[in-house]
Design a protein around this ligand. Structure first.
Ligand SMILES: NC(=O)c1ccc[n+]([C@@H]2O[C@H](COP(=O)([O-])OP(=O)(O)OC[C@H]3O[C@@H](n4cnc5c(N)ncnc54)[C@H](OP(=O)(O)O)[C@@H]3O)[C@@H](O)[C@H]2O)c1
Length: 333
């Protein structure tokens, strides 16, 4: 099969399009012909080696976490899918490889594709929507009437977070630049702040929840707009000791991670704010719940650009620019 591979950690190397052996199928796995994949910032971070301490990969590596496609073969113990099913998935860590023609996936990480959207749209959903589900529902238990600040409402995560928060009945504030105001308004944002000309710290007060996806300075400001008892969930760091424990890091790495977030945790505690870091997990059951919200038109995909498979490197560069409006997708079949 054709696949885009990486030979070593590098910020600048391009992925190489090569002939790669088709993956062999295990008993609990489905073999999926990939029709579309989407790009995530995580792909660039893995490529550069930024995550090598917590997600060490072997080379050659096929990057890519999000796919939509068709089941072509089933392992002998697969129960929930049949050949011909249209599916989507966030591939599990250490078993990624979306920038290719085929992938094998343990069925626990797969869900039926929403019927009302295209393969390209379906591929744009899994990683960002699961992130938002795990932040707003699992971790925050966001309730009707609560106030949530979603940073970067025009990004992959933000476009879904605004929609899910509104569905849960929350009041939503977001930041973006002026060119994206119409988009975030359409998605349901109640307060829109131009991060280039305004300071959200001077506008927002007494929030119940912040979904932080930006830098340390934004994280520190976010602490100051929350009310006592509020929650700050960060998906862009710093990682906390609970995360280190969850992924089973050794004593040394646990210590380093504890140091990285010490200042933030201390400040949060002083203000009676619950700080936590979230690193999303692949999850087929949650993705099935998300499918229902898409089929009910509650969550709609937002796609900025679709690149042909051959231009996967250009697609990655575009996402790395940080200017994507929603998601960037590659069309493989
Ligand atoms: N921990 C996890 O599990 C997890 C999961 C998913 C994502 N993440 C992380 O979360 C971050 C966001 O991911 P993403 O996929 O949403 O990124 P993205 O789609 O690449 O975000 C691009 C968007 O961010 C906006 N933006 C850029 N700088 C901004 C700022 N200072 N304030 C407000 N908006 C800004 C841009 O709007 P303009 O063009 O108007 O600037 C653009 O629309 C990344 O760091 C990613 O790695 C973590």
């Amino acid at each position: 099969m054709k696949a885009f591979t990486l030979q070593r950690y590098s910020k600048t190397d391009k992925l190489e399009l090569v002939e790669f052996p088709e993956p062999s199928l295990q008993e609990n796995e489905v073999l999926v012909e990939i029709h579309s994949a989407s790009i995530n910032q995580l792909d660039s971070k893995l490529k550069s080696g930024e995550f090598k301490m917590i997600l060490p990969y072997k080379f050659p590596l096929i990057l890519g976490h999000d796919i939509a496609g068709i089941v072509k073969k089933n392992g002998s113990k697969v129960q929930n899918f049949k050949v011909g099913d249209e599916v989507f998935s966030r591939l599990p860590d250490f078993h990624i490889g979306a920038f290719a023609e085929y992938v094998t996936i343990n069925e626990n990480f797969v869900a039926l594709k929403p019927k009302n959207i295209s393969m390209e749209e379906a591929a744009s959903i899994p990683l960002v929507a699961l992130t938002v589900w795990q932040a707003l529902i699992e971790k925050a238990n966001l309730k009707k009437g609560q106030k949530v600040f979603v940073q970067a409402g025009s990004g992959g995560v933000g476009t879904i977070a605004i929609q899910l928060a509104k569905h849960l009945g929350a009041f939503v504030a977001t930041t973006t630049s002026e060119k994206n105001f119409d988009l975030v308004k359409r998605l349901g944002a109640d307060v829109i702040i131009d991060y280039k000309t305004q300071d959200f710290e001077n506008i927002l007060t007494s929030y119940d929840l912040v979904l932080n996806s930006q830098n340390q300075e934004t994280l520190e400001k976010s602490l100051r707009i929350l009310k006592a008892g509020g929650k700050l969930i960060s998906i862009s760091g710093p990682p906390d000791p609970a995360f280190a424990k969850e992924i089973g890091l050794n004593f040394f790495l646990k210590f380093i991670i504890s140091l990285l977030s010490r200042k933030t945790r201390k400040e949060a505690k002083k203000q009676n704010i619950d700080y936590s870091f979230l690193f999303m997990q692949a999850n087929g059951k949650q993705l099935s719940e998300i499918r229902k919200l898409i089929e009910a038109d509650i969550i709609k995909p937002t796609i900025d650009k679709i690149f042909p498979f051959e231009q996967t490197n250009d697609a990655i560069n575009y996402v790395e620019s940080g200017r994507a409006k929603g998601k960037v997708v590659i069309k493989i079949k």
